[in-house]
Design a protein around this ligand. Structure first.
Ligand code: MRU
Length: 351
């Protein structure tokens, strides 16, 4: 598998094929999802994950909801779309791409409500496919914008966290897009991938896809990042985002904020790569971003083996918020945003 062949989801007209990320990197297995409920559980149980991919898959989930409706229930079309969207919205709370995609599907349903049933179903399917394809184009553009700004160059040594790669999107990834584009140009870059406890997206997914693509990738435990930076081995940090507030505060995988604090200490640029669908203008600052807390099991067990005593307290927030003051730039498909973030983010949407 490589960037050209990895597809974390494949739409087959009557089902969504989902690459089971719980089994990577050892087993490559696609599971069919034929109902809204099956898509909901694939998102909730993290068979698929990553902000843009969650949004794309939820859009296909809404399509499955209307495809499984009979034509004589045409008068319930908009209601079924709304119900499916409300249900899918309960799957995970932090990544705003989920709510963005569901809102877009709901808007589409209203726009086409007057059309014959079969045509409506077809247009909803086209909308989900458009969300999927646009994500691919946007990610490529994000990578190009990194290169155009001169942030990533031949010889760059980049540290990344979690998986903001192909496996979290449609193609290219967000944080990995400048890496894949550098590789396309024949540049020699070096990537340090944090393991990303407790879910190990860095170890299981980021190293998997970068290695498959032939990019020089070195795995480190999360607590080694400061040491690697102190040794002058890192030129920049690039991560993705799950939700960017209107003032630029950015929620991403737990551990991202500590990296930003360390990067500030060592004078290393800290970049966020994300599409506009990850920016939530309705959330004024990081304080209002809902942070998912996941099962304590993820912290006290190592793939089924207990690694801490019974009866202890466990705190397992899946994301943290990096204050905008620690971010050098946010790179989107529409361009680069730098301080003052609030003003420049607004401009991005108005242009
Ligand atoms: O819990 P996950 O694996 O869904 O979290 C994923 C991340 O935090 C990614 O860094 C983020 O979604 C950006 S993906 C392009």
């Amino acid at each position: 598998m490589s960037i050209d062949t990895i597809s974390p989801v494949k739409w087959e007209g009557d089902k969504l094929l989902v690459l089971n990320q719980l089994k990577l990197p050892t087993v490559v297995e696609y599971n069919p999802k034929k109902t809204v409920e099956e898509v909901f559980y694939a998102i909730k149980n993290m068979e698929l994950r990553g902000a843009p991919l969650i949004g794309i898959s939820a859009a296909y989930g809404v399509v499955l909801g209307v495809k499984n409706l009979s034509a004589d229930a045409d008068d319930q079309f908009v209601e079924v779309v709304d119900e499916s969207a409300a249900y899918l919205a309960q799957s995970r709370p932090t990544a705003v791409n989920l709510f963005w995609a569901l809102e877009r599907m709901k808007r589409k349903a209203r726009e086409i409500a007057h059309l014959p049933f079969a045509e409506k179903v077809h247009l909803m399917e086209e909308e989900a496919i458009a969300i999927h394809r646009e994500d691919e184009q946007n990610n490529r553009k994000i990578g190009e914008n990194f290169h155009e700004a001169g942030f990533v160059y031949d010889g760059a040594r980049i540290l990344t966290h979690c998986n903001a790669g192909v496996l979290a999107t449609s193609k290219y990834g967000t944080a990995t897009s400048p890496m894949y584009l550098a590789h396309e140009k024949g540049w020699k870059i070096k990537v340090y991938a944090d393991e990303t406890r407790p879910y190990m997206q860095g170890a299981r997914l980021t190293t998997f896809e970068l290695h498959q693509a032939g990019i020089d990738v070195t795995l480190i435990c999360d607590d080694m990042a400061g040491m690697v930076m102190s040794q002058g081995k890192v030129d920049m940090i690039i991560t993705g985002a799950d939700r960017i507030a209107a003032n630029g505060d950015t929620a991403n995988k737990i551990g991202t904020m500590s990296l930003a604090v360390m990067a500030h200490h060592f004078g290393i640029p800290f970049y966020i790569a994300a599409p506009l669908s990850t920016i939530d203008l309705k959330t004024p600052s990081g304080k209002e971003i809902p942070i998912e807390e996941r099962s304590p099991k993820e912290v006290v067990e190592w793939f089924g083996i207990r690694t801490a005593p019974e009866g202890i307290g466990v705190f397992n927030p899946a994301f943290d918020v990096t204050p905008h003051e620690l971010i050098t730039a946010i790179v989107t498909e529409k361009g680069v945003v730098q301080a003052p973030f609030e003003e420049n983010i607004r401009k991005l949407f108005n242009n």
